[in-house]
Design a protein. Structure first.
Length: 228
């Protein structure tokens, strides 16, 4: 699929932060109206004992959520682990995996933050700008912000605030499990992001696109058949 080269990846941490601030103004926080037929999931696994990373991109038919394609990209991670600069560490491998896809997705759900980020430029927003399609941040943990308690029932959510601004939602996808942190990535609004994540859940905490990407990134998807 077509990927725009917005900037180089060999950067200092100061240069990376400046790029985030510059790119944040390009994020579109309105839904472009596309009715997705294919939704991608993104996750990356990085070894604790080396700089080796494994990025996985899954493509699922929507709304059936049949798995139709998986692409893996492995390689050395050059950028250090620094909270808030995750995309400079993981996005290069993810974009290489996207370049191998047989099918171009209409929407992407990313295991990571969108605008729920100190500079409003998490990995979901960063990838959205490179790919120029709607992306949703669907993180397992909070990076910034505060929120009220989330009701116990599935599909309940509370807004995530930072400096008086709504930057996302804390969504309980299954009764009794820890909630997820949903935020706009690019070309989508928060309500649509919540809706698509909820509709992509099939009884697990994670939505199917990122759940399967997580398994693939950790080399645990061999028992799944791909519908081609």
């Amino acid at each position: 699929m077509e990927i725009e080269a917005l900037h180089p990846w060999k950067l200092s941490t100061d240069e990376a932060r400046k790029i985030q601030l510059k790119l944040a103004s390009s994020v579109i926080c309105e839904y472009c109206g596309i009715k997705p037929k294919l939704i991608a999931g993104v996750d990356v696994s990085v070894s604790r004992f080396s700089r080796h990373g494994r990025a996985a991109v899954t493509i699922l038919a929507y709304p059936s959520l049949e798995l139709i394609d998986i692409k893996i990209e492995e390689g050395e991670i050059a950028f250090p682990y620094i909270p808030g600069l995750l995309s400079f560490r993981e996005a290069p491998l993810v974009l290489q995996a996207f370049s191998k896809l047989k099918y171009s997705p209409d929407m992407v759900i990313v295991d990571g933050q969108g605008i729920a980020h100190p500079r409003r430029m998490g990995i979901a927003s960063h990838l959205g700008l490179f790919l120029n399609i709607p992306t949703i941040g669907c993180a397992k943990s909070r990076l910034i912000g505060t929120h009220d308690d989330v009701p116990f029932e599935a599909k309940s959510f509370s807004y995530l605030f930072s400096d008086g601004e709504v930057i996302g939602a804390v969504l309980r996808t299954r009764q009794g499990v820890k909630p997820l942190f949903i935020s706009i990535g690019h070309k989508i609004d928060l309500y649509s992001a919540i809706s698509y994540v909820t509709q992509c859940c099939r009884g697990f905490r994670l939505p199917e696109p990122t759940r399967l990407a997580h398994l693939a990134a950790n080399d645990r998807l061999s028992n799944f058949s791909v519908k081609i």
